[in-house]
Design a protein around this ligand. Sequence first.
Ligand SMILES: Cc1cc2nc3c(=O)[nH]c(=O)nc-3n(C[C@H](O)[C@H](O)[C@H](O)COP(=O)(O)O)c2cc1C
Length: 192
Amino acid sequence: MDAITALSSRRSYPVLTDPAPGQEDLHTILSAAAAGPDHGRHRPSRFVLVSGPGREAFGDVLAEAYRKACAERGEEPDPAAEARERAKPMRAPAIVAVVCVAGADEKVPREERIAASAAATENLLVAATALGYGAMWRTGAAARDPHVKAALGLAPGDDIVALVYLGSIPVDQRTPPAHRELDGLARTWPGP
Ligand SMILES: Cc1cc2nc3c(=O)[nH]c(=O)nc-3n(C[C@H](O)[C@H](O)[C@H](O)COP(=O)(O)O)c2cc1C
């Protein structure tokens, strides 16, 4: 698939099926992600793969994070909400957490490091599309949760920029993506 087709046909798939990308495809996808631009060549992005049975363990982490967040708010956990958290990682055969590691550099502020990890994430999504896989960029409360960060081996100051759900596109969802119009989003300056 050529680059423009991959870029313009990328779309999100909330539910993905087996198979996940194999080792070779995963290497291609993550290498594309790592090739994203970054200010200062700090290479702030890290990629943490959760797949197979690891997803169940990650579901336990999400459920525990939910319970802890409830306790901190002085709320009783809702068993249905907890079950939803536990089931989230099963929406795809693989998840890649894209992490922006904390760093101190006056010339490259935190938002630019995070922008670099966002660029890496988009590269990841487009590379997956180009190889025929489906993906979806998710975050939510889990991405900001200290318990989740610790469980993934991250430092408290690291940012989970994306939880990219990755897998094969279900047969019944292989419809052409809706055409996205540029209308109204671009202009020339200083104008006519
Ligand atoms: C930073 C970021 C975080 C996102 N987090 C979520 C999320 O937690 N849950 C969700 O349903 N969509 C989330 N999205 C949106 C989807 O990834 C997706 O882009 C959106 O639903 C539009 O669909 P499309 O990608 O097919 O255009 C997020 C997107 C971005 C850029």
